[in-house]
Write a protein that binds this ligand. Structure first.
Ligand SMILES: N[C@@H](CCC(=O)N[C@@H](CS)C(=O)NCC(=O)O)C(=O)O
Length: 213
């Protein structure tokens, strides 16, 4: 069977989530790296018609949407499951994945992290008004995630789950900004969780090619 291929711009948090799932399952895979702009044109649009990152292929099976990719990887490859059996822990995992997709990414990653990390990388200047407006909703979102995490070592309990793989890359990128560092610093349990995540071999291996990763 052919090795899976993940397509995306190195440094993208969602791409990193897909790579993390493969790393955690010890799957050999290929990263097909795109440059900025290449996700908005063919041939990539045939893989991901919405022009978002990442896209994935395994042995002729093409897939996009990060949640679908990491659930597929977990289901298809051997190794420890990345999804709790306990229904409440599974529900918590799914809830946190939903929070990443619906609140964290649009309200924090696409505002603070994009303006402070991605824009300068592309030669632009951060829009301070966008950043200032994003801080209160970012604080609300991060404190709610910290409340849900509670005392458990991982987001959905005692074992690593897909929720950890979804949130960690987004939080790492936001943590490269002064605003993000302050917001994470306000939540000691979440900061400790992020420290544990950053120490995992999968995170070290997939560290993005940007400063302070
Ligand atoms: N729902 C998509 C979202 C992916 C996404 O938004 N990725 C970001 C990069 S981390 C992206 O493509 N940004 C470029 C853009 O917004 O045009 C998924 O889960 O794969």
């Amino acid at each position: 069977m052919a090795a899976p291929i993940v397509y995306g711009i190195p440094g993208s948090p969602y791409l990193r989530s897909a790579m993390l799932a493969l790393e955690e399952k010890s799957v050999a895979y290929e990263l097909s790296a795109l440059g900025f702009g290449q996700s908005k044109v063919e041939p990539y649009l045939s893989r991901q018609p919405f022009g978002r990152i990442p896209a994935f292929e395994h042995d002729g099976f093409a897939l996009y949407e990060t949640q679908a990719i990491i659930r597929y990887v977990d289901a298809v490859f051997p190794g420890d499951s990345l999804q709790p059996r306990d229904p409440r822990q599974a529900a918590r995992m799914n809830q946190l994945i939903g929070i990443v997709d619906w609140y964290f990414f649009p309200r924090i990653s696409a505002t603070i992290a994009f303006q402070r990390v991605v824009r300068p990388h592309l030669g632009g200047t951060p829009d301070e008004a966008i950043i200032a407006a994003a801080v209160p909703p970012a604080r609300h979102c991060i404190s709610e995630i910290a409340r849900l995490v509670g005392e458990a070592p991982y987001l959905a309990g005692d074992a690593l789950s897909l929720a950890d793989l979804m949130l960690a890359p987004q939080l790492v990128m936001v943590g490269m900004t002064p605003e993000g560092r302050d917001l994470i610093g306000e939540q000691p349990r979440l900061a400790a969780w992020l420290g544990r995540m950053k120490a995992r071999p999968s995170m070290i291996k997939t560290a993005p090619p940007m400063p302070s990763a």
